[in-house]
Design a protein around this ligand. Structure first.
Ligand SMILES: *Cc1c(COP(=O)(O)O)cnc(C)c1O
Length: 397
């Protein structure tokens, strides 16, 4: 099928939650994608921070094929070898002692919200209150959308889950004031993704940890976007060495195969007991095998260090470019999670770059966001920076 035929079928049969799209992509390899009409693109969005190893990484493809030939699915009524191997490997590299597997980011955050509430209930001192940040994004289920601090996502879905308070991000006094006696959980993204690639000031996350300790509140980091090498460390909590009680992962975990995870300390894990939570597909053999192969590659010595260096180079190049354009408000980011804020809407810029064969995306209306596969090299970065400069010229910004 060509793009036009696909668009017609889409409009007829797909519920319109994503709006009109430009491309129908058919094939990928590394940071390259090809559409159904054969046009090639350089992918600097990675399926929204999903394909961190690049598209169709041979080791992941091999693991998927091998597992698909052996056993695709059994339920969690049985032990699952790839799942326990994955959990053990994650724990080797992460503070979390124990894991619950699910299918994506919202489900991972649902598990985090539920285990926190149940933890305090089990302690005999229920504290159902949750504090989250304004501009945050935690997912689209009714509980995670209520936790998400962006009113545009709430519209028409009221009444929202009660007990959730939002505070300005990167404001420790506001956080301190919001942690009242009924609050049992603070949930934060270590770098806000959908909210505009917002990197908090150094010291904010450590101070949040201290506050939670002082007030006896659990701290969860939503690392669905920041995790798995995206910010230049395996997990973003490691950048300032702030250990949360709960972590959630998804996007990059299976390099494209749907899988999410909620990890926590042994202590918090006691919040759940048999029957308190479940997920039919969670950590099934196929998704766990894909994640196991992905995580093995991510933790190859030097892999993330190289990505961090590429990110530093990319931000440097963007800062240089910004000097020539007054329309650029700010360049910010960590590792290969990078945002460029403009004084106007970035939609035409994204379209212009796409026409030139470069895929990137927005983070809110005025922020251009880059989330390339972590395997991109400096030559690819140069190519994208040149494409951005050309697009800015073309638009006369
Ligand atoms: C994408 C994202 C989610 C939601 O993940 P889904 O897999 O789409 O449910 C949650 N939190 C953060 C920080 C995200 O970036």
């Amino acid at each position: 099928m060509n793009t036009e035929t696909i668009r017609e079928l889409n409009d007829q049969h797909i519920i319109n939650t994503y709006g009109a799209r430009k491309l129908a992509l058919a094939r990928g390899e590394g940071a390259r994608l090809w559409d159904v009409d054969g046009r090639e693109y350089l992918d600097f969005f990675a399926g929204i921070a999903v394909c961190n190893l690049g598209h169709c990484h041979p080791k992941v493809t091999e693991a998927i094929c091998e597992q698909a030939r052996t056993l695709v699915h059994v339920s969690n009524l049985y032990y699952i070898e790839p799942q326990v191997k994955l959990a053990a490997l994650l724990s080797e590299h992460c503070f979390a002692d124990k894991w619950f597997f699910c299918n994506g980011g919202a489900e991972a955050n649902e598990a985090a919200l539920k285990i926190a509430r149940r933890y305090w209930y089990q302690q005999g001192a229920p504290k159902p209150g949750i504090v989250a940040a304004e501009q945050s994004f935690h997912g689209r289920t009714l509980a995670t959308v209520a936790t998400t601090g962006q009113p545009k996502y709430h519209q028409g879905f009221e009444p929202l889950l009660p007990g959730i308070h939002h505070v300005p991000y990167d404001d420790i006094e506001a956080l301190a004031a919001a942690i009242t006696n009924d609050v049992g959980l603070v949930i934060l993204e270590p770098v806000q993704g959908e909210g505009g690639v917002r990197v908090p000031k150094p010291g904010y996350l450590p101070a949040a940890r201290e506050l939670c300790d002082a007030k006896g509140v659990l701290l969860a980091f939503d690392e669905v976007q920041t995790g798995l090498g995206r910010t230049g460390s395996l997990f973003a909590y490691q950048n300032e060495n702030v250990i949360p009680d709960i972590i959630t992962l998804a996007k990059g975990l299976g390099n494209g195969v749907p899988i999410g995870a909620m990890g926590c300390t042994d202590k918090v894990a006691e919040g759940f007991s048999p029957g308190s939570h479940a997920c039919t597909f969670g950590g099934n053999p196929l998704s766990a095998a894909a994640a196991l192969a992905t995580f093995t590659q991510l933790t190859t010595p030097g892999f993330i260090e190289t990505a961090r260096e590429t990110g530093r180079y990319f931000i440097g190049r963007l800062l240089d470019l910004a000097k020539n354009y007054d329309c650029v408000h700010e360049v910010r980011g960590l590792g290969l999670m990078i945002g460029v804020e403009f004084d106007r809407g970035v939609a035409p810029l994204i379209e212009s770059m796409l026409n030139a064969g470069v895929i990137c995306g927005p983070a809110g209306p005025t922020v251009l966001r880059f989330l390339p596969p972590l395997i991109v090299d400096k030559a690819a970065v140069d190519c994208v920076v040149a494409s951005l400069a050309a697009a800015l010229e073309e638009l006369g910004w």
